[in-house]
Design a protein around this ligand. Structure first.
Ligand code: 4NP
Length: 159
């Protein structure tokens, strides 16, 4: 059966998108659906290439029993737009950057991740960048990605 290929994207690929990547990986394991998906994450910026997630992101996930310390940052590659079926961006800036780097025919793959959350109609669908803020920001990010991940999984694949 064909795998659904999903790429999570933020700015630095050390906070939001590795948290989404790690949470979704965990959710797939819990639901025995690893074989149905190929997933990765990337950043539109290139400052942190090869680095593990921010220690606050690792800690936040660890509190939830999820280890993301193996993940390493990479930059979005325009070829990703050909390979992946879904390119799930954390905010409108990510969407704008991704659209600049890709061909029009692939723009339908670039979507706001939070549009899959069950309360998406009540909020602007932006995962706020927690990098320059306090630890509370990471808790908020976790709740948002948890909600959107469950929504995404149930909406894109029910087999
Ligand atoms: P992220 O957070 O996009 O959620 O990974 C950021 C991490 C680093 C920077 C910006 C955002 N930075 O400017 O270095």
């Amino acid at each position: 059966m064909k795998k659904t290929k999903v790429l999570f994207v933020c700015l630095g690929n050390i906070c939001r998108s590795p948290m989404a990547h790690g949470y979704f990986r965990h959710l797939l394991e819990d639901n025995k659906k690893q074989s149905q998906f190929e997933i990765d994450s990337a950043g539109t910026g290139d400052w942190h290439i090869g680095k593990p997630p921010d220690s606050r992101a690792i800690q936040m996930m660890k509190q939830q029993g999820i280890d993301i310390s193996d993940l390493r940052a990479r930059t979005f590659d325009p070829q990703d737009a050909k390979h992946y079926d879904y390119i799930l961006a954390m905010d409108d800036d990510n969407v704008a950057q991704l659209k600049q780097k890709t061909n029009l025919e692939d723009h339908h793959k670039i979507q706001l991740f939070l549009q899959y959350a069950d309360n998406s109609k009540d909020q602007p669908c932006q995962v706020p960048d927690p990098y320059f803020g306090a630890d509370k920001g990471f808790e908020r990010v976790f709740t948002m990605i948890e909600n959107a991940s469950k929504g995404f999984l149930s909406q894109v694949r029910n087999d």
